[in-house]
Design a protein around this ligand. Sequence first.
Ligand SMILES: CC(C)(COP(=O)(O)OP(=O)(O)OC[C@H]1O[C@@H](n2cnc3c(N)ncnc32)[C@H](O)[C@@H]1OP(=O)(O)O)[C@@H](O)C(=O)NCCC(=O)NCCS
Length: 185
Amino acid sequence: MANFLYFYFMEIKLRQENKDDFESVFRLIEKAFEKEEFSDHKEQFLVERLRKSDAFISELSIVAEIENKIVGHILFTKLEVKNESQIFHSLALAPVSILPEFQGKGIGGKLILHGHETAKSLGYKSVILLGHQDYYPRFGYELCEKYNIKMPFDVPSENCMVIALEKDALKEVSGEVVYPKAFFE
Ligand SMILES: CC(C)(COP(=O)(O)OP(=O)(O)OC[C@H]1O[C@@H](n2cnc3c(N)ncnc32)[C@H](O)[C@@H]1OP(=O)(O)O)[C@@H](O)C(=O)NCCC(=O)NCCS
């Protein structure tokens, strides 16, 4: 009961990550993915590489804090969707990480929605991700295959998702996703 009340009244602050957070965020990601079956347990290193890459957008590396403790983190980085004649600019959502003891309390959802709003304010029109088919559709994600957007590797189509951040943003979009190089290093 005490636990329930604590989470009911806790104030969650979402803000841009800064360099003093890097170490806490590294440990947080490590812990969040520790027991995840479909993980290489190296997501914390991916975030370190992405921060140093051209794909990084500082406003879209966001932390969730409770009483000055960082309990969640989300990162959106630049990616492209390319076909024979066009290049579309979009974002990759990866990863989103919540400390195990704070999971299932809506913090991941808050970070995703806040990230969408920030991305929109920066002029981005869509987000693409690889993730669990039961989690992301609640935020409006749809299958990439609906838009003829293809991943550059073999993954189940149910895990490849995209969201339009504004109406008709995906109307003209089709092609293959080009992830930043940092994803494959
Ligand atoms: C996945 C994750 C970000 C979700 O954040 P969260 O704050 O725990 O989730 P929320 O409270 O916003 O949402 C809870 C819902 O998500 C579902 N959920 C949580 N983790 C899930 C997962 N890995 N796969 C599918 N659904 C998941 C819960 O079952 C719950 O569903 P319900 O509302 O139908 O009961 C978080 O659990 C986490 O950090 N997990 C470990 C790392 C990871 O797998 N990250 C995602 C891949 S990039």
